[in-house]
Design a protein around this ligand. Structure first.
Ligand SMILES: CC(=O)N[C@H]1[C@@H](OP(=O)(O)OP(=O)(O)OC[C@H]2O[C@@H](n3ccc(=O)[nH]c3=O)[C@H](O)[C@@H]2O)O[C@H](CO)[C@@H](O)[C@@H]1O
Ligand SMILES: C=C(OP(=O)(O)O)C(=O)O
Length: 432
């Protein structure tokens, strides 16, 4: 059984290259189905979710090849619009195959999405968009069928701001007859990235990045070459790591404009931040101020950054509050942090942190990708050794988590442990 072992580390210093964004890559790889010719993608990270997509691609007859840092997709020979339920539920963004294959073939059979478990992650807004475009949906135990003899443009008002449903509606509408208008749309960089990719292929999407998107349907899409935007969430977590012990970290190959709210919060807690064209440096003295964080959809403070931010705030003397209204139950990392001696209380959708308490190494379990980042960061500030299980969640989002943290001086390694030897600790940590 694999786990990550961390040890108390000094200030973290150095430069980290940031790979392409997971959440853009997963959308754009599915969007590539829509093309009628070969697509070449640069910047796709080598992560577990992408391996699942490669597997799904093989099943449906979509060429998927990695060559010289590019992923080359050949959608010309797709022969099936049925996605195995087990594979669909291996990751969250499998729902994008529903929108893309529906648009291309008029029918898709697909399992329900998996991904990080925050208790409730509904897909009703995806369904609402498909229905508005003329599709019928049948729900079964572990899969659903979306079908339309013809997709027609429609005006859709989302009931809540959702990046997933905004992207999925774009995918379904891009080849529909007539014009689709999406209101209350998500404005995330990953939405803009997906629209830019589709437009490069010949789609006509206007307004991505605002809350109203207009899509004029086109009959076919060309192939093309595209480069994925950098992962603002990985970049944010590494910048936070600079504050753990008063270090200095540069993230390179990033788009600073995507990170405004995160950078403002880092300055608020006492880090210095300097931005260049495509890099950002954060450094600190080791003294941090407590603060209040509320997550929001872009350009708000990302829910995916609240867990690493919590690890940072454990080092800020005084009381901090982290509130997540996007996913009010996204706090599975909190009981784990308590196992290391952190003083945190959970009330409704908020974590109340009393910072500055010394942490002690122990056994903890990562329940999702960002909880994993948070536990690594906490482990690096804990006396002694911390063993982190649940590595499969971390590997869904990080291509080389050990190498990246090591390159900034963190003491950590991936170790194999006998399941029997680890079991008493693992079962305890996973259920507290
Ligand atoms: C693969 C991917 O890109 N994952 C990201 C995506 O997830 P995901 O696409 O699942 O998240 P959404 O942006 O759709 O969710 C935003 C909010 O809308 C709600 N909602 C969403 C869809 C729906 O049909 N009905 C509904 O009520 C959700 O419960 C949540 O409260 O955005 C999340 C919020 O930024 C991030 O944490 C995830 O990393
Ligand atoms: C929640 C996340 O991923 P997913 O939506 O793929 O589960 C994440 O990346 O933090």
């Amino acid at each position: 059984m694999k786990m990550i072992q961390t040890e108390l580390s000094g200030p973290l210093n150095g430069t980290v290259h940031i790979p392409g964004a997971k959440n853009s890559s997963l959308a754009i790889l599915a969007a590539a189905c829509l093309a009628d010719d070969i697509v070449k993608l640069e910047g796709i990270p080598t992560i577990e979710d992408v391996r699942v997509i490669a597997d799904i691609s093989r099943d449906i007859g979509m060429g998927f090849r990695q060559e010289k840092g590019q992923v080359i997709i050949d959608p010309r020979w797709i022969h099936s619009a049925t996605i195995d339920p087990g594979k669909a539920s291996n990751y969250r963004a499998s729902y994008y195959f529903a929108g893309a294959l529906l648009a291309k073939f008029g029918k898709v059979t697909i399992g329900f999405p998996g991904g990080d478990d925050f208790h409730a992650r509904p897909i009703d807004q995806h369904m609402k968009a498909f229905r508005a475009l003329g599709a019928e949906i049948q729900l079964f135990n572990d899969y659903y069928i979306v079908e339309a003899s013809v997709l027609r443009g429609a005006t859709i008002y989302f009931d809540t701001i959702t990046s997933g449903a905004t992207i999925n509606a774009m995918l379904a509408a891009v080849r529909a007859q007539g014009v689709t208008r999406l209101h209350n749309a998500a404005m995330d960089p990953e939405v803009v990235d997906t629209a830019a990719f589709l437009n490069l292929l010949g789609a006509r999407i206007f307004g991505a990045g605002t809350d109203s998107i207009r899509i004029e349907g086109v009959p076919y899409l060309n192939g093309g070459a595209y480069s994925i935007i950098p992962d603002r969430l990985i970049a944010g977590a590494f910048l936070m790591a600079a504050g753990l012990r008063g270090g200095r970290i540069t993230v390179k190959d990033v788009i600073p404009e995507h990170m405004g709210t995160c950078l403002a919060k880092l300055e608020e807690v006492g880090l210095q931040v300097e931005c260049g064209e495509n890099h950002i440096t954060a450094y600190g003295t080791g003294r941090l101020r407590a603060t209040r964080v509320r997550t929001g959809m872009y350009p708000g403070f990302a829910t995916d950054l609240q867990q690493p931010m919590t690890a940072l705030l454990l080092n800020a003397g005084g009381k901090s509050i982290v509130t997540d209204r996007i996913y009010p139950k996204r706090f599975a990392h909190v009981p784990q942090l308590r196992r290391l001696g952190a003083e945190i209380e959970l009330r409704k959708e908020s974590a109340f942190i009393t910072g500055g308490r010394p942490l002690q190494g122990g056994w903890v379990h990562a329940t999702d990708v960002r909880a994993g980042t948070c536990l690594i960061m906490a482990g690096l500030t804990a006396e002694g050794r911390t063993n982190i299980t649940g590595i499969e969640h971390i590997e869904r989002g990080y291509e080389d988590v050990i190498g990246s943290f090591k390159s900034i001086g963190a003491k950590l390694s991936m170790v194999e442990m006998d399941r029997e030897e680890a079991y008493p600790y693992v079962s305890k940590s996973a259920h507290q």
